[in-house]
Design a protein around this ligand. Structure first.
Ligand code: AMP
Length: 280
């Protein structure tokens, strides 16, 4: 295992391994690793000769009132977990390495960011795609692994790879959940015990939505109302959005047909959680 903090050193290391014919998998993370992250690392380890896990809390994807400062950074523990799951290299650049003084270039994502989290977190996806392309250029991987947990993010990144002709494969992996259904997230640790119990309402609402669709209900408005009722019956929960969208374009649909995704963002107390489910 090796920890690399400089971009040039990372590129050099990868070039050496590419020359030796090795395939490279990259798992970008912000650390505070949990089983969701580890599932991506394990998959990358199965599919590549060398696995790089990046740990970087990216300042430019946080809004001014968001949790950048308090975001958990248990680096030593993360390294142990990542290595156990199959990481060969931890890429851990500092903010000054990624955005040195004079830095001025950003990647601007398009229509896919108009709704869902993009509508509530201005500049978030601009920050995400900018850091992701910088990580891609630092690590020069064959494949990069992302979670379906951040469904819009995965779609936006796939679109960027296509639009900018990047020579990499994006692998999107299933959502890993706690036993009671709560999607694993580094932010779950902000929840008090009472909030943690309430947080299961996101998955519960998605389960009800799935049952409605399976029973033949196609009216997106009706399903969204039902979901909202379930979540709002919870005193600690405040809905940011509940949306049913075309799974490819992310545009809202009135009727569910073909591939659709239901995505939601809910504040439990002060913690904003997201979850989703995809059909078809
Ligand atoms: P983050 O550290 O939150 O930026 O997440 C890094 C990667 O892990 C992203 O591609 C996420 O979508 C993915 N991820 C986070 N939580 C989960 C989860 N519960 N299941 C699967 N992937 C996840």
């Amino acid at each position: 295992m090796k920890i690399i903090r400089k971009i040039e050193q990372m590129q050099e290391y990868i070039r050496k391994h590419r020359r030796a014919g090795k395939t490279i998998g990259l798992v970008p993370t912000m650390g505070a690793l949990h089983e969701g992250h580890l599932s991506l690392i394990r998959r990358a380890a199965r599919e590549n000769d060398l696995v790089v896990v990046s740990i970087f809390v990216n300042p430019i994807q946080f809004g001014p009132n968001e949790d950048f400062k308090k975001y958990p950074r248990p680096f030593a523990k993360d390294v142990k977990l990542a290595v156990k799951a199959g990481a060969d290299i931890i890429f851990n650049p500092g903010a000054g390495e990624m955005y040195p003084p004079g830095y001025q270039t950003y990647v601007e994502p398009g229509e896919l960011t108009a709704g869902l989290c993009g509508a509530f977190r201005p500049a978030h996806f601009r920050g995400v795609v900018t850091v992701v392309i910088k990580l891609f250029n630092s690590v020069l991987a064959d494949r990069a692994y992302f979670g379906q947990k951040d469904y819009q993010q995965a779609q936006v990144i796939k679109q960027m790879v296509k639009d900018l002709n990047l020579q990499m494969q994006i692998v999107v992996c299933p959502i890993i959940r706690e036993k009671d259904g709560l999607a694993m997230s580094s932010r779950n640790q902000y929840l008090s015990p009472e909030e943690r119990r309430s947080a299961t309402c996101l998955h519960e609402a998605l389960r009800v939505a799935k049952a409605m669709v399976s029973s033949g209900i196609k009216d997106a408005g009706k399903i969204k109302r039902e979901i909202r009722n379930i979540i709002q019956s919870n005193l600690l929960a405040k809905v940011d959005y509940i949306e049913i969208v075309d799974a490819g374009s992310l545009e809202p649909v009135k009727q569910i047909k073909g591939q659709a995704a239901i995505a939601l963002a809910v504040f439990i107390g002060k913690t904003r959680l997201i979850d989703n489910m995809v059909w078809g």
